[in-house]
Design a protein around this ligand. Structure first.
Ligand SMILES: [Fe+2]
Ligand SMILES: [Fe+2]
Length: 279
């Protein structure tokens, strides 16, 4: 199976004005605590996570000669930088609602500091390609399947669509850099196993913390409906297992799954109405 990044794919940061609702509705996802906090818990991870992604790619930037890839790296850094900033605002809204975001961030920061200090730059980049795959397959599903955001506050839904669009656009940038500077499928498999464990654990802990603050942690209906929404027969995460496993193939490339039509479809929403920002 072959796959390459589409020639001429433009990766450009946009900075639409979201004006997040203030105060943010605690259960902005259709009044559903589980769904809202599933997204909120991921939002908590983004500012520090995306800074790490940027640094891991930037480390190898000078070793890339291909002008197209260099241009895409610039776009990738710009997009992730804007995501970080937008999610800092988002997370401040969560703080204002009384959630202990500092506590959640501290654990992630400690781990990232360890990774930066003790793991090789190649493994750090491999970890970035792994988490970029996790975000890319979720982004693809979110853009494809209305169930992901059905009933959500329109501004919050728009923010998540914008993030998903840009994750799709730049899904292969870290991977293409990795292929040029390292390429080992073993290292990237190892990175994926570790990243999956930590990403799942951190998201789960964030969700648990917020449900506990809401007094809903031991509400079995919340868990039953939430887990059904994620993993039930029509669960939103269920179809992702196959796409997830493809990363472990020796000849994997993110654009083997061609979803350029989604990029084109959602670009119309953001590029037609929003002010755009340069790199
Ligand atoms: Fe991002
Ligand atoms: Fe990304």
């Amino acid at each position: 199976m072959t796959g390459t990044t589409p020639k001429g794919l433009e990766i450009r940061p946009r900075r639409p004005e979201f004006g997040l609702p203030q105060p943010m509705p605690r259960h902005w996802h259709g009044g559903d605590a589980f769904k809202s906090h599933f997204f909120d818990a991921m939002s908590v991870l983004f500012p520090d996570g995306e800074r790490f992604f940027i640094d891991s790619v930037r480390h190898f930037r000078e070793r890339i000669d291909d002008p197209l890839l260099k241009e895409q790296i610039r776009g990738f850094i710009g997009q992730e930088g804007h995501h970080s900033r937008e999610h800092i605002d988002y997370n401040n809204q969560l703080r204002a609602l009384g959630y202990d975001i500092d506590h959640l961030e501290r654990a992630l920061r400690r781990r990232l500091a360890f990774v930066r200090k003790f793991l090789s730059p190649q493994l750090q980049l491999a970890a970035t390609t792994a988490v970029e795959h996790l975000t890319a397959i979720m982004a693809d599903a979110l853009l494809r399947n209305p169930r992901w955001l059905e009933g959500a506050d329109p501004t919050m839904a728009r923010l998540w669509r914008w993030h998903a669009l840009e994750e799709t656009e730049h899904k292969a940038v870290a991977f293409d850099v990795y292929q040029q500077v390292c390429g080992s499928p073993w290292l990237r498999r190892r990175a994926m196993l570790q990243s999956t464990i930590f990403f799942t654990k951190d998201t789960f802990l964030g969700l648990v913390h917020m449900l506990r603050r809401d007094g809903l942690l031991w509400n079995w209906r919340v868990w039953r409906d939430g887990l059904r929404w994620l993993w039930g027969r029509d669960g939103i995460l269920r179809p992702l297992v196959k796409a997830y496993l493809e990363f472990y193939r020796r000849d994997f490339h993110p654009w083997q799954h061609d979803n350029l039509h989604l990029v084109e479809q959602y670009r119309r929403e953001f590029d037609a109405t929003a002010g755009t920002a340069g790199a």
